[in-house]
Write a protein that binds this ligand. Structure first.
Ligand code: G
Ligand code: G
Ligand code: MN
Ligand code: NA
Length: 255
């Protein structure tokens, strides 16, 4: 079967799975959020990673339906988790630029779904990349404003790796910067990476944004990020992306 046909089948046959990677509050050590990351449970090939099918989904526009599915699935899950633990928990979902640009994509539908589930909109964050803000297209601006009016938060993913200028930070309401893993990897040995990370954190805080460090794998990286004032961290040091049931165990064990 051609992969595009298979992707459509995958949606209707419920072959996609959402994995969740915990995001830790560096001040308390609590899991306060999780990033939703899609996987494809293929009947023959096993677990297929997003890198293998997201590009095709983007080319064909199927990313809009897939993105809506990830949102609804993780919202349902969040509703369930909210009833398990007393502290508030949040989810962030990745938003492909093609999904964001598509006229088929309406954030009003997300708002309605959150209302149906009685979930506070700020418990959701969309992760966008700097590339999306490169061309200051009115439609993009309108959609970002719409998300903000609803109350859904916005994070810049892979911060520092795009080709855009920093001026968008002034123009748009952004809530989080996610320091890209390429800056975090050699934090303990490369003074330049340390300088860049510190500068990102200081700048973000002065602008009223929170910072999430990605790809944290070692205690040494965690220590340096904490000392630099970083708010949150995500990476293999805490957990890989895991199925919902596994995250649920982590959440209830900590409660
Ligand atoms: O989980 P993993 O490290 O394999 O993710 C690889 C890439 O796939 C990441 O860049 C991530 O942003 C992207 N990705 C994962 N899930 C989704 C999703 O639901 N929608 C979109 N657009 N991208 C996703
Ligand atoms: O592009 P985005 O930031 O959405 O994708 C996150 C990707 O990073 C996922 O594929 C996830 O599996 C991966 N990832 C998460 N934590 C770590 C880590 O500590 N080390 C490495 N190498 N990859 C990570
Ligand atoms: Mn992401
Ligand atoms: Na990233």
């Amino acid at each position: 079967m051609r992969m595009i046909k298979e992707l459509r089948v995958a949606l209707s046959a419920n072959q996609f799975r959402v994995f969740y990677q915990p995001i830790i509050d560096l001040n308390t050590g609590d899991i306060i959020k999780a990033e939703a990351l899609i996987r494809w449970q293929h009947p023959e090939r096993g677990l297929v990673t997003p890198a293998e099918f997201i590009p095709l989904a983007e080319e064909t526009g199927l990313i809009v339906d897939i993105g809506n599915w990830v949102f609804r699935e993780s919202a349902r899950q969040l509703k369930h988790w909210g009833s398990l633990c007393d502290r508030e928990f949040q989810i962030s979902v990745n938003m492909s630029p093609i999904q964001f640009h598509s006229s088929d994509f309406v954030c009003k539908a997300w708002h309605t779904y959150l209302q149906e589930l009685e979930l506070p909109p700020h418990s959701f964050t969309i992760e966008i990349t700097e590339g999306l803000l490169l061309d200051i297209d009115a439609a993009v601006t309108d959609k970002l404003v719409e998300f903000h009016d609803i109350g859904i938060q916005v994070a810049i993913d892979d911060f520092g790796t795009g080709y855009s200028s920093l001026s968008y930070l002034k123009r748009f309401d952004i809530d989080y910067l996610k320091i890209d893993q390429s800056f975090v990897r050699d934090l303990a040995t490369d003074p330049d990476d340390m300088a860049l990370s510190e500068a990102i954190i200081v700048m973000a805080h002065k602008l009223g944004l929170k910072v999430i460090a990605e790809g944290v794998e070692t205690e040494a990286q965690q220590k340096l990020l904490f000392a630099a004032g970083c708010d949150y961290a995500q990476g293999y040091l805490y957990s890989r992306p895991i199925p919902a049931e596994a995250l649920e165990q982590l959440l209830t064990a900590a409660a």
